[in-house]
Design a protein around this ligand. Structure first.
Ligand code: DON
Length: 305
């Protein structure tokens, strides 16, 4: 496994120079672009890492799969489906266009609109309380209290993201946001700024590879149906308008973030967390995608065989 991972990492390193670090959230721009790291966490076995696997980065959109899981747990699938759809959007993560002609209902839980609407359903009245709830959930997945928000990244997005605010208010107009829209958007900014490293991220996602059960702690994190729901959404929408290409090239449920992380799930076998902050034009880690493609092909991991 280690040799295969290292070979895939070398391939990924060749693609790093093709990408650029996100700078539309100003605080992300200071991340050095050369990093590339990965951690494989088998369902049964010890993690294997390559590259800078202890460098912290913000979850950004990867947080959406964990807030979705938490909302499925506390509110149930019917509440989720009253709020968001299940279909691929084929549009960038920040897009508003479908909201206009679909009565403000987000196509799926993993585009920004869908995630903001679901953050509104997290326990707590304020953004701070909602993020605290999510942090507690994430800490229960890692068995520690090491996870933190990156305050600078949070403030930077909160100070600049008029687009996400617009998305929130647009949905509020259609009655799709429960409670105070400013607090829902604030909770979303906060959850996006939660920092992990590759090792932690691979550990956090293990329940998705194991029918909702954390195989290390032996605890039930989510119902098996919820884990299946999250994996299916990751497969169809996890990389937005690059999800189809990713399904063909890699063939695994995955979720990316503009912090440079990607979490991929091999159901029944393992999670793969990668980190490479140089992003391609669609906002996905350039080196991470190349690494995942080589790793998946070398081990025949695609769900489509
Ligand atoms: O809302 C945003 O723009 C960021 N907080 C997250 C976007 C993101 O990570 C998209 N994924 N690749």
């Amino acid at each position: 496994m280690k040799e295969v991972l290292e070979a895939a990492w070398r391939q990924g390193c060749d693609a790093v120079s093709e990408g650029r670090v996100a700078d539309y959230i100003p605080a992300l721009a200071s991340m050095p672009s050369h990093y590339l790291a990965a951690c494989i966490h088998p369902v049964h076995g010890d993690p294997v890492t390559v590259g800078d696997a202890e460098v912290p980065f913000s979850l950004q959109s990867i947080s959406k799969i964990f807030s979705l899981t938490r909302v499925l747990n506390v509110r149930g699938v019917d509440a989720v489906l009253r709020t968001v759809g299940m279909e691929p959007s084929g549009n960038p993560f920040y897009s508003l266009v479908q909201l206009e002609y679909e009565n403000g209902k987000p196509r799926n839980p993993l585009i920004n609109a869908g995630a903001i609407a679901l953050t509104a359903l997290l326990p707590g009245a304020t953004g701070e309380q909602k993020c605290a709830d999510l942090l507690e959930f994430l800490r229960s997945l890692t068995g520690g209290d090491g996870l933190r928000m990156n305050e600078a990244v949070y403030r930077s997005e909160a100070d600049t993201s008029h687009r996400n605010r617009a998305v929130g208010h647009f949905m509020k107009h259609f009655g799709l946001i429960e409670g105070d829209v400013a607090e829902a958007v604030d909770g979303y900014f906060r959850q996006c700024s939660i920092e992990v490293d590759c090792r932690t991220l691979a550990r956090m996602g293990l329940f998705l590879a194991n029918h909702g059960v954390d195989p290390v702690a032996g605890t039930t994190v989510a119902e098996p149906e919820s884990a299946r729901f999250v994996n299916a959404e990751m497969m169809m929408c996890g990389l937005y308008d690059a999800s189809g290409e990713f399904a063909c090239r890699v063939g695994l449920p995955a979720k990316s973030g503009v912090g440079g992380g990607i979490l991929a799930v091999v159901p029944g076998r393992m999670t793969i967390a990668v980190f490479g902050p140089a992003l391609d034009a669609k906002g996905n880690s350039a080196g991470g995608l190349r690494l995942l493609e080589h790793f998946s092909n070398a081990l025949n991991l695609s769900l489509f065989a």
